[in-house]
Design a protein around this ligand. Structure first.
Ligand code: ISJ
Length: 179
């Protein structure tokens, strides 16, 4: 404690440390959301739908199986990934609308959805589940929601996310705290 520092003197708790388990969850979620740009680019102009329920089923089945192996509550894990998926689709819809309107902003490369992008998403699944396992304690604390929101806002700022991605990142996270 710094003698004479008013906050210390009155026992005000210090601000939450950065780099904690919830911060890591926000970072992995931002990594996943950044991939939505590649997903959108892989689908745009191909007739491939933004929403693919069969693929979502594969993702959620994978999550259910892997969560059990890590001791992460299966319903929690599934709820978190449902939010991740909705957030990804928000970004994809936003990008499609942008590209319809501004042809010069359209992607110049057609990424390979099955061969490149989905395998990258699958690797993030593992990281996010590990993150949820590591964040078990802070997830149950009352400060979870405000801390995670603050982490998401900071993460969006550091990555120079636009409003579309920043909103989607907030959309991706509430279920982490059981909301
Ligand atoms: C990311 C994709 O788009 C959507 C979002 C998904 C996800 O976030 O995992 C899965 C299926 C699609 O509904 C995809 O098709 O792979």
């Amino acid at each position: 404690a710094t003698p004479g520092h008013p906050a210390e003197a009155f026992g005000t708790p210090p601000p939450p440390a950065r780099g904690g388990a919830l911060t890591a969850v926000a970072k992995v979620s931002a990594d996943r959301l950044a991939l939505a740009d590649l997903v959108a680019a892989a689908k745009y102009g191909t007739g491939e739908p933004i929403s693919d329920p069969a693929r979502e089923r594969v993702v959620l089945d994978d999550v259910a199986e892997r969560s059990a192996a890590r001791g992460v509550d299966r319903r929690l894990a599934t709820a978190v990934f449902r939010d991740q998926i909705e957030a990804s689709k928000d970004v994809q819809r936003g990008l499609f609308a942008r590209w319809d309107r501004y042809p010069s902003a359209r992607p110049t490369r057609l990424p390979d959805l099955a061969g490149e992008v989905r395998p990258r998403l699958d690797r993030i699944t593992v990281r996010l589940l590990d993150g949820l396992a590591a964040a078990e304690r802070p997830r149950g604390e009352p400060a979870c929601t405000p801390r995670l929101r603050a982490d998401a806002v900071r993460e969006a700022g550091e990555r120079r996310f636009d409003a579309l991605h920043a909103q989607a990142l907030l959309r991706a996270l509430p279920s982490v705290c059981g909301a």
